[in-house]
Design a protein around this ligand. Structure first.
Ligand SMILES: O=c1[nH]cnc2cc3nc(NCCN4CCOCC4)[nH]c3cc12
Ligand SMILES: [Zn+2]
Length: 371
């Protein structure tokens, strides 16, 4: 159940603003020290300093302007100080365009064994060798600085779904205190930025309070956290019907962890500019190809003698030079080339989707049916 809280009249108009489709969609450019990001943008996930099964130059040919790196993995191995000594993550992984690193908080909660959340931060044991670590607003911000990331994420607590109003309130308040400490620890430089992450679960007054707390800290951009955590698309869109409007209209809005093409389209229509999701890479390695005909499960035996490409007009190597029969075979026998080609195609598909969305917005056209 979504608790609707009465707002003072003037704030009500923000929340209640009629949700006319497309009016909130916007296309733009984020200028950074490492180049431009055309929005709406999709960020391929490069968890351990690599977009799995892809060369960075291949990621670049798909049209990606920016990729995401996970702080949690990199701080455990090879270690942020070592990456810094080796010239930073851009040099280490040979990616010269923008890099966004997450704060590590979300992954600590999903990956590490034994952890303890205190006001100070999160104490946890590495899932690799059990050694003890602490992530805090200060240490997370410093680690992201050592990695050399273009866009640093504030250290937040992702409020689980479902949460009671009280749970969501205290979690959001912790995130606000941590955001303040993250902002203070950030070493601001031209062309680099730090994004705050708003919480508040499905409660609109908590979302508003979270936004007000973070706007005070004047971040270069804002993420909407606490979504894509099991609430489902309908409830996610219900929050997105108003939450982006609480954020500064002239700053990037990033929806973390989203998502499938239909999720991305619906979120862009509600004013979101940036996305990241493991779906195109992870499902590619698992034999799922996104195509204009829908998702193709290449392992299905109906493809074993299918001599046609995944998509006849796709320019990716998988479609240009290979058949579904070959991809079916490679994935079945777990050949590395299968993971490479399926990943390449899916990343190309997601970037083509973003390109078409940007074009439709620029032409003022509706883009409901794309997917
Ligand atoms: O509040 C958040 N704070 C910081 N990081 C996040 C990352 C997040 N990632 C998701 N969803 C990821 C959903 N994936 C879908 C595909 O399969 C893997 C999980 N939701 C997220 C919320 C947060
Ligand atoms: Zn293709």
């Amino acid at each position: 159940e979504v608790s609707i809280t009465k707002f003072p009249a003037d704030e009500r108009k923000i929340i209640a603003k009629a949700h006319d489709k497309y009016k909130k969609a916007r296309a733009g450019i984020i200028n950074t020290r490492h180049g431009q990001i055309h929005t709406p943008a999709f960020m391929p996930v490069g968890t351990k300093g690599t977009v799995k099964a892809m060369l960075p130059e291949s990621v670049q040919t798909t049209g990606a302007d920016i990729i995401l790196g996970n702080t949690y993995h990199l701080m455990l191995q090879p270690g942020a100080k070592r990456v810094f000594k080796l010239g930073g993550l851009h040099k280490f992984m040979n990616w010269s365009k923008p890099l966004l690193t997450d704060s590590g908080g979300f992954q600590v909660m999903s990956l590490s064994k034994l952890r303890k959340i205190t006001e100070e931060g999160v104490i946890f044991n590495s899932h690799i060798d059990g050694s003890k670590f602490m992530l805090s607003p200060e240490s997370s911000t410093e680690i992201q600085y050592l990695l050399g990331s273009t866009i640093t994420m504030a250290f937040d607590e992702c409020t689980p779904y479902p949460s009671t109003y009280e749970q969501a309130k205290s979690s959001m308040e912790l995130t606000s205190r941590w955001a303040k400490r993250s902002r203070k620890a950030f070493y601001s430089r031209d062309g680099y930025g730090q994004f705050g992450i708003i919480q508040g679960s499905i409660y609109n007054d908590l979302r508003l309070k979270s936004a007000l707390d973070l706007i005070e800290l004047d971040f270069e951009g804002y993420a909407i956290g606490g979504l894509a955590v099991g609430e489902g698309q309908e409830l996610m869109f219900k929050v997105l019907d108003y939450a982006p409007d609480l954020l500064p209209i002239n700053k990037p809005r990033y929806l973390m962890g989203v998502g499938k093409p239909a999720d991305i389209i619906g979120a862009v229509q509600r004013g979101i500019d940036m996305f990241d999701c493991v779906i195109p890479t992870r499902s590619g390695r698992n034999g799922q190809a996104f195509t204009k005909y829908g998702v193709v499960n290449i392992r299905n035996s109906k493809y074993k003698e299918d001599n046609t490409p995944l998509e006849e007009d796709c320019l990716c190597p998988a479609c240009k030079n290979y058949t579904k029969a070959y991809l079916h075979y490679l994935v079945k026998v777990k050949e590395i080339l299968g993971a490479m080609l399926m990943t390449w195609h899916n990343l190309m598909y997601f970037q083509k989707l973003m390109l078409r969305i940007r074009e439709y917005i620029a032409q003022g056209k509706d883009f409901d049916f794309i997917s």
